[in-house]
Design a protein around this ligand. Structure first.
Ligand code: G6P
Ligand code: MN
Length: 445
């Protein structure tokens, strides 16, 4: 089986390859094709993968190319994990927003809209290319903003594109752990949009254990989301929000912390990653050691400002291993081998949330088998959550419309309608600021 990774020179590719190395079963991935626009990044990552594969006799064969059609031809699965504009782009997404006094973050608020505006046209091009060159391939989209980008791609690929994110998985795992349950045996009642969802229940053997957690301040305060949101707020909500909701519920504090930070997350990663790729040009460097070191530092500092604002302290050691590669592998296995499983994924709504139309991509537990991912029936969201979901989906639709028409006015509308952008004038200045720094937004007229 052939897996093509778009954004193959990206820093997280060794996580995926590491997961593949542990898969020895029939029907596993035997060929990995890395595609990237940057040959230097490809050779850096190829070095890490070669060290990972040392001593593994059935390690998937790795090849690398900068030719997209060549990469896609014959692919069974395509992972799309690109970053349009690179980490410099992410740093600029943050800076332009913070200069206007609104949240500058990779996927949430103004920063996420800017990132979406320059990513959607590229993602749609890729989707069209996949439809032509590899029409039977399944596309697993990691590219952020993942919900929006998956929806853009679904307009060309239908249900053959599935979006993934590690954040709901991590959340479910943490809740199960504090409840003393095996995460693999827990049913997690979660729904929303990507980076905008809520856990409303966690059933073990049919019994909802979440009320037990919500009633116990000690347990609630013992894990990441409890520390981020505070026990009282979780009790008021009667649910546990995705960590990204911190940017909504504590927006003012988040904006202040981001503005006061010595470096924004994007700027920190831009510099840190540049160091890694630079080190990889030295023939004597140990690629795997350098990668591990860089990754450990990245994981330890994830959402550092949010945790600082909340006084949440260091990340739990158990939370440092991510899980993104595990979701990807589990999804591929379920489809390729018809191994029926349940995963929280980004798929088209169909009739799941009645407040949204059938084409809207949502994040929800899905039954996965050889026919793809099918959202399960869930209870409706409470009004406050439905309201946010509808507002943010409306913003996403304006982003898709702006990408299609190239209309600057539509881009302004996208920013202005976002609940975390508090003035139409700010929205106008954001569009001015973003078009000035991002060549990828030159299409907005
Ligand atoms: C989580 C989110 C991803 C996001 C990443 C950012 O894993 O689910 O969507 O890209 O965090 O992490 P970073 O280390 O890049 O700040
Ligand atoms: Mn994510």
């Amino acid at each position: 089986m052939k897996l093509t990774i778009l954004g193959g020179g990206g820093f997280r590719v060794p996580l995926v390859y590491g997961a593949l190395l542990g898969d020895h079963a029939e029907g596993r991935v035997t060929h990995v094709v890395l595609h990237d626009l940057d040959a230097g990044r490809l050779s850096a990552v190829t070095r890490v993968l070669a060290e990972q594969a040392a001593g593994v006799p059935d390690a998937p064969v790795v090849s690398a190319t900068t030719d997209l059609d060549e990469a896609l031809t014959g692919a069974d699965f395509v992972f799309s994990a690109i970053r349009v504009g690179g980490l410099e782009g992410r740093a600029n997404d943050e800076k332009v927003a913070l200069d206007q006094g609104v949240l500058g973050q990779e996927t949430v608020g103004a920063g996420g809209i800017a990132y979406g505006l320059r990513t959607v046209p590229v993602a749609e091009d890729i989707a069209r290319r996949v439809a032509r060159v590899a029409p039977d391939a399944w596309v697993i989209n990691f590219t952020n903003p993942a919900g929006l980008v998956t929806e853009a791609m679904s307009r060309h690929l239908g249900d053959r594109v599935i979006g993934i994110c590690d954040s709901p998985v991590g959340l479910g795992r943490r809740i199960a752990r504090v409840l003393g349950a095996n995460p693999g045996e827990a049913w997690i009642d979660y729904v929303g949009l990507n980076h905008l969802g809520w856990v409303r229940g966690l059933r073990i053997n049919g019994r909802d254990e979440l009320p037990r957690l919500l009633a116990d301040p000690d347990l609630l305060g013992s894990f990441e989301e409890g520390k981020l949101f505070g026990t009282e707020w979780l009790q008021s909500l009667g649910a546990v929000p995705n960590e990204y909701l911190h940017y909504y519920y504590f927006n003012r504090e988040a904006v202040r912390a981001y503005s006061e930070a010595e470096k924004t997350r994007g700027a920190f990663l831009r510099d840190q990653q540049a160091g890694f790729y630079d080190e990889m040009t030295r023939p004597d460097a140990s690629a795997l050691t350098a990668w591990e070191r860089t990754r450990a530092e990245r994981e330890a500092t994830y959402m550092a400002e949010a945790r600082e604002t909340a006084g949440a302290g260091e990340r739990d050691a158990d939370d440092l291993s991510g899980g993104y590669e595990k979701v990807a592998l589990a999804l591929m296995r379920a489809i390729a081998r018809d191994e029926r499983t349940t995963l929280i994924l980004n798929v088209r709504n169909r009739k799941t949330l009645s407040v949204l139309d059938a084409e809207a991509v949502i994040e929800v537990p899905c039954l996965v088998d050889a026919n793809g991912a099918h959202p399960v029936t869930v209870d409706p969201l409470p009004d406050h959550a439905s309201g946010l979901v509808c507002s943010v989906k409306a913003v996403e639709r304006e982003v898709l419309a702006a990408a299609e028409s190239g209309s600057r006015a539509t881009a302004v509308k996208a920013f202005a309608l976002h609940p975390l952008v508090d003035s139409v004038n700010v929205a106008r200045r954001l569009v001015d600021g973003y078009t000035a720094v991002h060549p990828g937004l030159a299409y907005l007229k």
